[in-house]
Design a protein around this ligand. Structure first.
Ligand SMILES: C[S@@+](CC[C@H](N)C(=O)[O-])C[C@H]1O[C@@H](n2cnc3c(N)ncnc32)[C@H](O)[C@@H]1O
Length: 273
């Protein structure tokens, strides 16, 4: 693997929480790729471009070392490597994700600029001030956000940027919603925008942008025309129980977003000099 680090911490989760490794099991990945494509976040590459535009505005420069937090299949990392002619350190705890990302990186000639690191983001195997910027798209939903933000503030150099998007709680978000996301989406918590701002400022970071982007989310009102056919084939391959688990996950999230109680936000913060 990329820079030779292979010591992911074991995933221990409370019983009411679905494990991340279970959410992104082989069938889970198949379900996610069907819904999202190789960018494992809503909005595909457009969302990556939107975050990059804002990061450039606030000073992200070419030839940087960028940490990609929970890189999954690596589509945002490859975009960053190309657009910023940069080295991207791709941290993810999932071997299967890294294997798939590795194949795509080589196919696109980017293996030497997208370095894969198997680790948990709560304990980054990087020294202090190791990178010029940190980047993440829609993955902090699965993590202990306070711990991860502390790690990011540690590894990004002074004056470096932390740019990320994540799912957020909005007015009306209920304890039942939180329990449903824990059960179906491996989410220990969802922050509101003010809670995120407080967490960033608590790490001594300067918050440059905190933008509710919920309106940019496109939750399809109707299933794709061939959804039924896809689900029949999925159940044939993985079983009815697995299909029901994936459907429950999609339904849980859809109902929170379409009710306006959950959404999506973009943040840019700077490490003080
Ligand atoms: C929603 S995907 C990330 C999407 C990716 N950033 C993208 O935009 O394509 C979630 C990823 O987070 C990883 N992940 C979740 N919790 C993690 C943790 N604590 N440490 C490292 N990786 C984690 C999972 O293995 C999975 O690959």
């Amino acid at each position: 693997m990329g820079i030779g680090y292979d010591a992911a911490m074991p995933e221990t989760v409370p019983s009411e929480l679905r494990a991340v490794g279970d959410l992104y099991s082989t069938p889970g990945m198949e379900w996610a790729v069907r819904g999202l494509g190789p960018h494992f976040h809503p909005g595909s590459e457009d969302a990556t471009v939107a975050l990059a535009e804002r990061a450039v505005h606030y000073g992200l420069e070419p030839n940087s070392r960028i940490l990609e937090v929970a890189s999954a299949l690596g589509a945002p990392a490859r975009y960053l490597a190309r657009r910023f002619v940069s080295t991207v350190i791709c941290v993810d705890m999932d071997r299967q994700m890294h294997a798939a990302a590795g194949a795509a990186n080589s196919a696109e000639g980017l293996s030497r600029r997208c370095l894969r690191v198997l680790a948990r983001t709560e304990r980054l195997p990087l020294r202090d001030n190791a990178v010029d910027a940190a980047w993440s798209q829609d993955a902090l939903i699965h993590m202990d956000k306070d711990v991860v933000l502390h790690e990011l503030a540690r590894v990004v150099r002074p004056a470096g940027l932390i740019a990320f998007t994540d799912w957020i709680a909005r007015p009306g978000f209920t304890p039942e919603d939180a329990a449903s996301l824990a059960k179906h989406m491996a989410s220990p918590s969802l922050f509101t925008i003010p809670r995120y701002v407080a967490a960033l400022e608590g790490e001594g970071l300067e918050v440059l942008l905190a933008e509710d982007r919920t309106r940019a989310l496109r939750v399809a009102a109707l299933p794709a025309a061939d959804q039924e056919e896809f689900e029949r084939a999925f159940a044939g391959k993985w079983g009815e129980d697995e299909l029901a688990r994936q459907q429950a996950m999609s339904t849980a999230w859809r109902s929170i977003v379409s009710g306006g109680r959950g959404g999506y936000a973009l943040f840019i913060a700077r490490v003080p000099v």
